[in-house]
Design a binder for this molecule. Structure first.
Ligand SMILES: [Fe+2]
Ligand SMILES: [Fe+2]
Length: 270
């Protein structure tokens, strides 16, 4: 199967990149399943029901979130009736929505998607390792699902790498989000899972992690907030990770995708 994970879509320019490129990518790469991280899609903070629907219309099958899951308060309500929308599964018990779900492709293959949030330099959360272990025990690849995708929403590469090795051989791809900058460490791990510390954001890279530069610089230099964080509005680079799996669900090929905007372009050859 051919899978694509697209990193954190930031603001209007990120949404425009999804609308422009995802339908063509879906076709060109003959994708079977697409996950988009949408935690920064609404003005940099959270996601709305309309935006989530736009992503589905453009070719996404599932939208994952992160620490900004509920910045738009309407998400607390519509996530309960939106199985295509996942927030990290290690939120405290009782948090609305779900963190993992089993989807079915048009061809009938079963796709498990899991969203998890790290704990280093982030909000206090339940143990992400225990949460993933429990989910994989309930739905092992090859039995409960044909392929499995894990979005590791975390700040540190060490925690992301530890999580990836922890699930190596048990998922098709373990891919990082949240840090908004694509890393060059994409690879197939020892036991067959594809990995990249961060898929990168889908946003304007002439920015500070997608935000207009002025306010972040002001806060670093003066320690006094002078205004709101606003998404940068230049052309976005759509960033993602493409993975092709074998019959066992494990990765055979892993390649980055970067389209538009300021970053060097990358497109898998198919
Ligand atoms: Fe993000
Ligand atoms: Fe995040």
């Amino acid at each position: 199967m051919r899978l694509l994970f697209i990193g954190d879509v930031v603001g209007r320019t990120g949404r425009a990149a999804i609308a422009e490129h995802l339908p063509k990518l879906r076709e060109k790469l003959a994708l079977d399943f697409v996950v988009v991280n949408g935690e920064n899609a609404a003005g940099g903070f959270g996601v709305t029901e309309t935006i989530a629907q736009d992503f589905l219309n453009a070719g996404a099958d599932c939208i994952t979130l992160g620490n900004h899951s509920f910045d738009q308060r309407e998400a607390l309500v519509f996530i309960t009736r939106a199985p295509h929308l996942l927030r990290p599964m290690n939120y405290p018990a009782g948090t609305p929505g779900r963190g993992a779900w089993l989807y079915e492709t048009a061809k009938g293959e079963r796709v498990l998607v899991m969203s998890i949030m790290g704990r280093i330099f982030m909000d206090a959360m339940d143990d992400p390792f225990a949460a993933v272990e429990k989910e994989l025990a309930a739905c092992p690849m090859g039995l409960g699902c044909d392929v499995a995708i894990l979005d590791i929403h975390a700040e540190t590469t060490s925690e992301k790498q530890a999580m990836a090795h922890f699930v190596d051989g048990r998922v098709s791809m373990a891919v990082g989000s949240h840090t908004h900058c694509p890393t060059a460490d994409y690879q197939i791990l020892t036991h067959g899972s594809a990995f990249q510390s961060d898929a990168g954001m889908t946003g304007d890279y002439d920015s500070v992690i997608g935000m207009d530069k002025e306010e972040p610089i002001r806060r670093f230099t003066r320690k006094v907030p002078g205004g709101r964080f606003e998404p940068a509005e230049g052309a976005a680079t759509l960033c993602g990770l493409f993975v092709e799996t074998g019959a066992d669900g494990l990765a055979r090929r892993v390649e980055p995708v970067r389209i538009g905007g300021k970053l060097a372009q990358a497109m898998p050859t198919v």
